[in-house]
Ligand binder design. Structure first.
Ligand code: GAR
Length: 216
């Protein structure tokens, strides 16, 4: 029986890369029909680069601070992504705001994971903001990237309870456990052809996805 070729991923990180590791492990275990073509970081001290190398993955650093402006950095980032042959760009803890032009170039081919139940809490410090607002629950969202920050169509979410003694760190840890489940899952759906970006928005199993799927 012939198998579809594995979907090539470029995973773009800024930090420790725990989502990148979860995705790479799901690929390596054959749980999703995808492969990591390259892991790219925007800073030399991103801890995820050493973790990617330990997994035998190809890595590349495009240090944002070496470029005179965002346009020059994004041109180099695009070159690094495209040279890898990636079919899907996976932002995984990438802590930089991309230009609308960059997002448009990869429209329908770029995903992000955000630590909140979007459209609630776009931007930074989501866990502290959810605690301050006394939310009963919080979570994570996988979404297609558009030119507007954290506002592209959400495809999959996971909820977690907020517990009475939670701190931003304890809540973040609970959310991350879910991120490591939902990000590989959404990528697997794309790789298997179940999830795609259609002309009018995301489609799941050939039907318009009118609201995000919910894990669990
Ligand atoms: C993740 O929790 C991700 O949701 C968040 O950064 C963390 C990266 O962790 N992303 C954002 O806040 C994007 N605005 P990781 O490096 O261990 O995967």
């Amino acid at each position: 029986m012939s198998q579809a070729p594995a979907l090539a991923l470029a995973i773009v990180i800024s930090g420790r890369g725990s989502n990148m590791v979860a995705i790479a492990q799901a690929c390596a275990r054959g749980e999703i029909p995808a492969r990591v073509a390259r892991v790219i970081a925007d800073r030399r001290d991103a801890g995820g680069i050493a973790r990617a190398q330990a997994l035998g993955l190809e890595t590349c650093v495009v240090p944002a601070r070496d470029f005179p402006d965002r346009g020059a950095f994004e041109a180099a980032l695009r070159a690094a992504i495209d040279a890898s042959g990636a079919q899907l760009v996976v932002l995984a803890g990438f802590m930089r705001i991309l230009s609308p032009e960059f997002a448009q170039h990869y429209a329908g081919r770029m995903l992000n994971i955000h630590p909140a139940l979007l459209p609630k809490y776009p931007g930074l410090h989501t866990h502290a903001r959810a605690l301050a607002a006394r939310e009963p629950e919080h979570g994570a969202s996988v979404h297609y990237v558009t030119g507007e920050l954290d506002a592209g169509p959400v495809v999959l979410q996971a909820r977690v309870p907020v517990l009475p003694d939670d701190t931003p760190d304890s809540l973040s840890a609970r959310v991350q456990q879910q991120e490591h489940i939902i990000y590989p899952r959404a990528i697997g759906w794309i790789a298997a052809g179940r999830l795609r970006m259609g002309a009018n928005g995301p489609e799941f199993d050939s039907r318009p996805l009118r609201q995000p799927l919910m894990e669990g």
